[in-house]
Ligand binder design. Structure first.
Ligand SMILES: *Cc1c(COP(=O)(O)O)cnc(C)c1O
Length: 341
């Protein structure tokens, strides 16, 4: 195996076609076995369910090279479970769990030359997704689906140190109380584009979405969950049925409690409380945890005392412990690490 000639440490988060991807098709009520293909393009009917009514969902996870040179994937079983939840909510067929895990392993293995080496900070991002490929013109579920997994090498999120994030409280809502905010459906991201482009134009990195019903409680950003540290060192994360259950956030809460001995709490968090927290972080596969320095609400600013130039001390401990587990430097809880090679 020869690694690709890539400047790993300077990669961003951008698509590039890699060697092989997995493709399976659902037709006549069943999935075929699936194949690996070098073809990065898809040909489908003009009236496919995904094109007309956005019947599609996805997942995102990473493969890492550990300190001792193994290639591992972090908690893929949780991604598989979450995609099952997404599929059921969108009336899409579930891709069987064991075959899903096998396909993840296969795609990573066959793209081993694209898995960034240990120490570069880069990782292999894995993108499973499913879409309605059969034609529908009346609004109903498609009869045919395609399930795919491709991989891309992605650079370290923090190039040259942590970059603290500034956020605005969005004028838009992300998810309705009994809507689709808790699944990884493509439609949630299409409708967030105007909000994020607007935030960027105004000079902010991200949006904080409040609960749509009362606009008093913190939900999440367009692609990451919130963690807060109180002044007495408690780790708090918002609870809501319209938040996407981040695997990174769930893992960090576990790490906080079982590795760092901190008190943790998942509960409703009112926006009015946010000014009293000591640290604020955004959790997701991309960054693990990214420190938030400032939150702007209608021109009023909340600044966090730590995290102006670097991560606050608790954010950093959480980051170091979870990345240590992912990179094989710290022993992982049972079942968290799926060894590929
Ligand atoms: C994917 C995603 C996250 C992060 O989830 P992870 O499993 O930690 O990567 C958080 N919020 C939203 C809206 C997401 O789409």
């Amino acid at each position: 195996m020869n690694k690709q000639n890539i400047d790993w440490a300077n990669l961003g988060f951008a698509y590039m076609p890699t060697g092989e991807r997995f493709v399976a098709n659902y037709k006549d009520g069943k999935w075929d076995d699936g194949v690996m293909t070098a073809d990065a393009n898809i040909v489908m009917n003009e009236c496919a369910g995904v094109l007309q009514y956005a019947q599609t969902c996805f997942e995102g996870m990473k493969a890492y090279t550990t300190e001792d040179g193994r290639i591992v994937v972090f908690r893929p079983d949780l991604n598989v479970q979450r995609m099952e939840d997404s599929c059921k909510r969108l009336e899409m067929p579930v891709f069987p769990k064991d075959k899903f895990i096998d396909a993840i392993c296969r795609v990573v293995k066959e793209n081993e030359d694209f898995v960034p080496p240990y120490g570069t900070g880069a990782t292999l991002y894995i993108r499973p997704y499913m879409f309605g490929s059969g034609p529908v013109i009346g609004v109903k579920p498609s009869d045919e689906y395609q399930f795919r997994i491709f991989t891309i090498p992605v650079g370290p999120y923090f190039k040259g140190g942590a970059k603290p994030i500034t956020i605005k409280v969005s004028d838009f809502d992300r998810a309705a109380p009994h809507g689709t905010g808790n699944i990884k459906a493509g439609l949630n991201y299409a409708m967030s584009l105007h909000a994020i482009v607007t935030a960027h134009e105004e000079g902010f990195d991200e949006n904080m979405y409040l609960d749509a019903a009362t606009r008093t409680k913190v939900e999440e950003t367009g692609g990451a969950n919130f963690l807060f540290i109180t002044k007495d060192n408690k780790v708090i994360t918002p609870k809501s049925n319209s938040i996407l259950p981040s695997i990174t956030r769930r893992s960090l809460m576990y790490v906080a409690e079982h590795y760092l001995g901190l008190e943790t709490e998942q509960r409703e968090v009112y926006f009015d409380e946010v000014k009293d927290f000591a640290e604020c972080g955004l959790c997701g596969t991309a960054a693990v945890i990214a420190p938030v320095v400032k939150i702007n609400e209608l021109g009023r600013e909340i600044c966090f005392p730590s995290g102006m130039d670097e991560m606050g001390p608790f954010t950093k401990m959480l980051y170091d412990t979870l990345t240590g587990i992912q990179m094989g430097r710290i022993e992982a809880p049972e079942g968290w690490i799926k060894e590929i090679k």
